[in-house]
Structures are given as structure tokens and as C-alpha cells.
Ligand binder design. Structure first.
Ligand code: C5P
Length: 301
């Protein structure tokens, strides 16, 4: 069989519809009950054979993406190559549409996409379980970027159980100027929450996902990192207020932020909320997106 000349993988962003955070563990991570929902904002990663490992990036935020070995896409190629005794000689091009350092797992998405793309390019024949193992080594959110849909993440978020979703949910995502450092937000959480309890998934929220009930989901959305993100970036409160005023069923910070997420009743309401947010000047840009979305998928090659 001939090997493909280039493989392109499309990968979604995520929002956490519940992010319950426990106390810091001895290894520095936090145990989570992390309900991930993949949303239809996508990066695409194209892997092409090359003389050595090289990363390029295009898109409005391209200048904020590291092009060295710290990029999770590069690390994914290196880990997969090392496991199969190959040289990681590949050009990875990232067409970036997910906000950078925004709390939507954009970096994790690129790691998962690069892994799937290199796996197909090199024909390693790795099993899904092996790919998920490498994802967990790359970062807590990376396994979910591979899987997509909706899932409950426990441990540090990397142990996934797939969740059923009974319909489409309409969202608006407002990108903020600059990113927030995830470790800094967790440190602020520790400072604000010295008595954090054991994290548990909320059965009401899981039922709202299962039945596709946006109003019930809106009532159950929680993010334990929100107070920490707002403490580090108080201006996010203005964006949250504008979205609610414009008709959002609920508003919250996405993951560790600073992207804010607004759950809408339907597509028309999402358009209205996005327009109000853009108009308000409280965010850099606001875009509607639908969930759930599929995980990392080969689109050509
Ligand atoms: O796993 P990942 O590399 O994405 O994590 C980035 C940082 O976020 C960690 O170094 C840690 O500071 C924090 N984190 C955490 N608990 C988690 C996930 C991430 O404290 N469950």
C-alpha cells in the first residue's frame, strides 16, 4: 500500500459544561469532575513528509502560537515517532481558528490532531487505546480532543467516559484580548478555595445533556475555575453581563478562560447574542457555534 503524501485532520474546541475542581494533589494537578462538550469551532492540522520536524501556523492568532518543540503538535509527533522507532520528520501546518490560550483546549486539539495525522501518514497501525495513552501523556484535555462529542473526565480530566447527548446546543463564544495561563488560574483557585471538596459530576446536568434540554443545561452549568479567572481578569464580568442581557440562557467562563461562553435557546438567539457582544466592545470577537461536534477526524489524505 502506498503511503499518503499529506494528511489533514479537523479537530474541535471544547467547553466545560461542568468543571468541579478538588484540592491540589501531591503531583500538583487537581482531581476533577470535568464534563467536556466538543463545539463546532475547529483547527485543522496537515502533516506532510519533511526532512525534519517543522511547525507552521496560519490564521488570525497565528503569531501567538509557539512554533517550537513546546507546541503540543510537535510533542505528539515526537512521542508517536519514539514509540514506533521512527524519525519525527514531518511538517505540521496548523490552520488555527480556536482562540489561543483561551480555555477552549486549542493547544490540546492541535496535539490530538497532529497525533492522528502522523499516525495515518506513517501507517503505524497504533490502536485507539495507544493513541489515547499518548494523548494523556501530552496533557489532561488532549484525550477529549481525540474523542469529541461529550464525556465526563475524571482524574486530572484524562480518564474519559463517553456521555450521551440528546440534541444540539447553540452557543456563542467571546474571545478576550490576551490569554490566561492555566496553571495561574489553578493557583488562584487554590488561594480562593482552601477547603475544596471532592469533585462530583452533577446528575441534573448529565440528564440535561442526555435529553438535549437547553434550559435545564443552562440551570446546571458550573465552572469552579470561574471565580479564579474573574479574579485574574475582572473585565470578563462585563462580557458575561452583555450576553445575558442579550438573551443568553446562561453565561460562564470557558474552562480556565478567558473565553466566555453563552448558551442560547436557538440559532437565531445565538446570532443576536453574538452581535450584541461584538457591538459592546467587551470582547475581541464573538462567534456562534453548535455542539456536540465530532472528535479529531481525517478530512483528507
Ligand atoms: O495537563 P495540562 O498540561 O493541560 O495542564 C496544564 C496545567 O494546568 C498543569 O500544569 C496544572 O498546573 C494545571 N492543571 C491542574 N489540574 C488538572 C489539569 C491541569 O492543576 N486537572
Amino acid at each position: 500500500m502506498t503511503q499518503p503524501g499529506a494528511v489533514t485532520v479537523r479537530v474541535p474546541a471544547k467547553v466545560n459544561v461542568q468543571l468541579a475542581v478538588g484540592p491540589a494533589r501531591p503531583d500538583g494537578f487537581h482531581d476533577l469532575a470535568n464534563v467536556f462538550l466538543a463545539v463546532g469551532l475547529y483547527d485543522e492540522v496537515t502533516a506532510t513528509p519533511a526532512d525534519s520536524l517543522r511547525i507552521t501556523c496560519s490564521g488570525p492568532d497565528a503569531d501567538k502560537v509557539p512554533l517550537d518543540r513546546t507546541n503540543l503538535a510537535a510533542r505528539a509527533a515526537e512521542l508517536l515517532a519514539a514509540r514506533y522507532g521512527l524519525a519525527p520528520d514531518v511538517h505540521l501546518h496548523i490552520a488555527k481558528d480556536i482562540p489561543v490560550a483561551g480555555g477552549m483546549a486549542g493547544g490540546s486539539a492541535d496535539g490530538a490532531a497532529a497525533l492522528v495525522a502522523c499516525d495515518a501518514l506513517w501507517g503505524t497501525g497504533a490502536s485507539r487505546a495507544e493513541l489515547l495513552d499518548i494523548c494523556a501523556e501530552l496533557g489532561s484535555d488532549v484525550p477529549f480532543s481525540l474523542v469529541g462529542g461529550a464525556a465526563l473526565g475524571t482524574g486530572r480530566g484524562e480518564k474519559l467516559s463517553v456521555l450521551e447527548v440528546g440534541g444540539s446546543f447553540h452557543w456563542v463564544f467571546a474571545a478576550a484580548d490576551g490569554g490566561l495561563s492555566t496553571p495561574a488560574v489553578y493557583r488562584e483557585f487554590d488561594r480562593l478555595t482552601p477547603d475544596a471538596g471532592a469533585p462530583e459530576a452533577d446528575p441534573v446536568l448529565l440528564e440535561a445533556l442526555r435529553t438535549g434540554d437547553a434550559v435545564a443545561l443552562a440551570g446546571a452549568l458550573t465552572n469552579d475555575l470561574q471565580a479564579a479567572a474573574l479574579s485574574l481578569r475582572p473585565s470578563l464580568a462585563s462580557a458575561l453581563a452583555v450576553g445575558v442581557e442579550a438573551g443568553a440562557l446562561a453565561a460562564l467562563v470557558s474552562g480556565s478562560g478567558p473565553t466566555t461562553a453563552f448558551l442560547a435557546q436557538d440559532a437565531a438567539s445565538a446570532e443576536k447574542i453574538a452581535a450584541a457582544l461584538t457591538e459592546s466592545g467587551t470582547c475581541r470577537s464573538a462567534r456562534p457555534a453548535v455542539s456536540p461536534a465530532p472528535g479529531a477526524t481525517i478530512v483528507s489524505g
